[in-house]
Design a protein around this ligand. Structure first.
Ligand SMILES: *Cc1c(COP(=O)(O)O)cnc(C)c1O
Length: 493
């Protein structure tokens, strides 16, 4: 399997999997995708069901990944998937599970990882892939990122104990939930550097962009990223759509739908890819919160990015986006993989005027029929009501992001007979991460899962930083100099 950019780079000389996973964007500013999606038939799905039941999620992941990865030996792929999806990290070798919410809805439990958000499903694998590839090349990587909470902690737990990787993670000071802060700041590994910036999340992201655009600094200090646009993260997420399909169905050809709370179009992109591979997924229900860039596109055909002033801070904060960084990949498929057209939309039209309009095109008209997408939005009041109702009716406590998905799935199911049931609503985080909203909904506190007890009282390590790129560069240089002695010792596992 070879890879090309959505804007055409690599068309005449496509790249290998390991060439693209240590990079972010393609050199032409596009996103990498495989040249085609491998196809799976009913017999393959049946044998995968067997693998999942007998050998666990990690073994299934290795089989799915093998369709996308030519340049890692299958035996190595199996052992790195086994490490990524261990019972130690995910509570059991099942990794994912299903709960019944009633009324044709199921909950797809994909947040059983170390940081209680679905991002662990991708990050745990990315950590293993990075370590494998960096060791093979004899290189090191310094990850610089910004987080509003979930991505940063997931990346840190994934890179923990991997000496070829050091993580510098910027957080907006005082703005993450107490649980998110405890999760990140109690890590004391010197290769994990938590930084509290005097500013909001956008300031953190701007700092990362400024420092990463200093190409000399970036090259001299081997700065990399773990963005949601990383192809390895997307392909890792394809696996849980398949695993949930296999868990929920038993006969060949049986269909189901998914409801996915989304921000950057990362999670639901993986559902689209699973569907393109031939997994019998009927409808993909896209759910946004008040930041409805994507819902607007799927309803109207107009994609309009928002300014940061237009982007509101909601009670499902991990979906508070002004533009959807993975959306370009879907548009590429929607437009028949026309790289020249995608380049015009994303490199010319969007920068020039902030929107493009596909409403009059035959591709947009056929979107539902061909790609199975429907969409809807949710508000703070909807989230609270859904958290309450799901607890009262099904005895299941869900987090506010998951509630966005459940709300939209329920509303659409009530009015749209074409959506095949069951609908699996993806649980993108556990309620403990967003305890304040749960308290607001239910009037009581969330019980802390056993594996997180005691976290809040551990010593913390976080460095305060002014909103200043030079201060950030100085901090990175100083820490890398401190780590340097162990960097010259290849045996420091
Ligand atoms: C990241 C995140 C999302 C949004 O996922 P995308 O991949 O950006 O679509 C939703 N819910 C939670 C809890 C998250 O952490």
């Amino acid at each position: 399997m070879k890879y090309v950019s959505t804007r055409g780079y690599g068309a005449d000389a496509p790249l290998d999997f390991c060439d693209i996973i240590l990079e972010g964007l393609a050199p032409d500013g596009g996103l990498f995708l495989p040249e085609r999606y491998p196809q799976v038939d009913a017999a393959t799905l049946a044998s995968w069901r067997d693998t999942l039941v007998r050998e666990g999620y990690g073994a299934l992941a290795a089989r799915v990944l093998a369709l996308y990865v030519d340049d890692i030996d299958p035996a190595d792929l199996r052992s790195l998937c086994a490490r990524a999806y261990s019972a130690a990290a995910f509570g059991s070798t099942d990794v994912v599970g299903v709960a019944d919410l009633g009324g044709g809805l199921l909950l797809g439990r994909i947040s059983n990882g170390p940081t209680a958000a679905f991002k662990d499903m991708a990050m745990q694998l990315l950590g293993e892939l990075f370590e494998f590839e960096l060791e093979r090349r004899g290189e090191r990587l310094n990850i610089l990122g910004a987080t509003s909470g979930d991505t940063g902690s997931s990346a840190e737990y994934a890179m923990l104990g991997k000496p070829s990787v050091t993580v510098f993670m910027l957080t907006p000071r005082g703005r993450m939930t107490p649980f998110q802060q405890a999760q990140m700041f109690t890590l004391t590994d010197p290769h994990i550097v938590n930084i509290a910036v005097d500013g909001v999340f956008d300031d953190c992201q701007d700092l990362v962009k400024t420092v990463a655009s200093d190409l000399d600094f970036k090259a001299a200090h081997r700065i990399g990223a773990v963005n949601s646009i990383n192809w390895a993260r997307v392909v890792a997420q394809v696996v849980y759509y398949i695993a949930l399909y296999l868990r929920v169905t038993s006969a060949p050809g049986e269909r189901l739908s998914f409801a996915v709370p989304t921000g950057n179009f990362g999670n639901i992109l993986a559902g689209h890819i699973a569907r393109e591979m031939g997994v019998p997924i009927d409808t993909l229900i896209l759910a946004t919160n008040e930041n409805d860039v994507l819902d607007e596109f799927f309803r109207t055909g107009v994609y309009r990015v928002r300014s940061s002033a237009e982007t509101s801070a909601t009670s499902s904060p991990s979906m508070d986006i002004s533009k959807a960084s993975n959306f370009e990949r879907f548009v590429y498929d929607l437009l028949g993989r026309d790289a020249a057209l995608v380049r015009r939309l994303f490199a010319v039209d969007l920068p020039a005027r902030g929107w493009f309009d596909l409403s009059g095109t035959p591709e947009f008209a056929a979107l539902r029929e061909r790609f199975g997408f429907v969409s809807g939005g949710s508000t703070h009041a909807d989230r609270l009501a859904t958290i309450r109702a799901t607890e009262a009716d099904a005895g299941v406590l869900i987090d506010p992001h998951t509630a966005d998905g459940v709300h939209v799935a329920r509303s659409l199911l009530a009015t749209d007979e074409r959506i095949a049931r069951p609908v699996v609503c993806l649980e993108t985080a556990l309620p403990v991460k967003f305890a304040e909203t749960i308290r607001e909904a239910l009037g009581r506190d969330v019980e802390l899962p056993a594996k997180f007890r005691g976290l809040e009282s551990l010593p913390r390590r976080v460095i305060d930083l002014p909103n200043d790129p030079d201060a950030l560069k100085a901090l990175i240089e100083a820490r890398l100099a401190e780590l340097a002695p162990s960097a010259s010792d290849p045996g420091d596992r």
